[in-house]
Design a binder for this molecule. Structure first.
Ligand code: CTP
Ligand code: MG
Length: 250
């Protein structure tokens, strides 16, 4: 498929779980920032017309990212939540191309992404005719449901459970509509809870793009990632990512 695609890279988070003064996307791995490593991988994806990096309003470190000099790389300002940041990125994409354009959304905090897995995702989505899909891995460990006091309430069957990753691939217009609807829905639910109106039918959490599409009744494709592609979240992840990047380079 030779169609032009776009990529939205949410990079407006504060990295609370990582701690430290620098947001994690600007922490260094082997001489480059995590955001620089992620972007240099994404710039090699075939047929990418543009990449929009979503930054926080008070970001002062973006000028240090060399990938920003590539003419395909643009920036826009994000929001309070990841979903709002992705929505801002999609607004930018839709100002540049038509709503049927395929767009990958990929976390700045996943610098280990390999082109072979991006290719697996797009091949699977295009060949299946699915409306979209995501990279993911089947859950490997035994899963426990915790009680309120961190006792084990029960063991959860993991056979049908997958861990979602990014990139997630959808058509720009459909994804923007689904995300914006879900964001509005969640605002209303939060207001209702503020007013103590109970709601037993709470929608699934909006922590990725697929969840917004699921709420619209779609069934995005799960495509297994074969290479490590974890999200850098806590300090120990920096150590593991450093070792893996070193191994990839040698
Ligand atoms: N992100 C974003 N806008 C937000 C929150 C998150 O663009 N308001 C981005 C992050 O920069 C990151 C990706 O979404 O690249 C995945 O989010 P996460 O790993 O949760 O990053 P943070 O929110 O920065 O980390 P934490 O939740 O620990 O604060
Ligand atoms: Mg977060």
């Amino acid at each position: 498929m030779n169609e032009q695609r776009w990529i939205v890279v949410p990079a407006a988070g504060i990295g609370e779980r990582m701690g430290g003064h620098t947001p994690k996307q600007y922490m260094m791995l082997g001489g480059s920032s995590i955001l620089q490593i992620t972007l240099s991988q994404l710039l090699q994806v075939p047929n990418v017309e543009g990449i929009v990096v979503v930054l926080s309003a008070d970001d002062s470190l973006w000028p240090t990212v060399n990938a920003g000099n590539d003419r395909r790389v643009h920036t826009t300002i994000g929001g309070q939540t990841r979903a709002e940041s992705v929505s801002a990125g999609l607004t930018f994409v839709l100002s540049q191309c038509n709503p049927d354009t395929w767009v990958f959304v990929h976390d700045a905090a996943r610098p280990l992404i390999q082109l072979s897995d991006v290719q697996r995702l797009s091949d699977a989505v295009y060949n299946s005719g699915a409306m979209g899909g995501i990279l993911a891995t089947p859950v490997q460990d035994t899963l426990k449901q915790a009680s309120e006091y961190y006792g084990i309430e029960r063991t959860v069957n993991r056979a049908e459970l997958w861990q979602a990753q990014t990139p997630q691939l959808f058509r720009a217009g459909e994804l923007a509509n689904a995300m914006n609807k879900a964001i509005e829905e969640d605002k209303k639910t939060a207001e209702a809870l503020d007013h103590q109106i109970s709601n037993d039918n709470q929608p699934a959490p909006l922590t990725d793009e697929a969840s917004a599409m699921e709420r619209q009744g779609h069934e995005p494709l799960l495509v297994e990632a074969l290479q490590p592609n974890f999200k850098i979240t806590r300090p120990v992840d920096l150590t593991i990512a450093n070792a893996l990047l070193g191994a990839q380079r040698s």
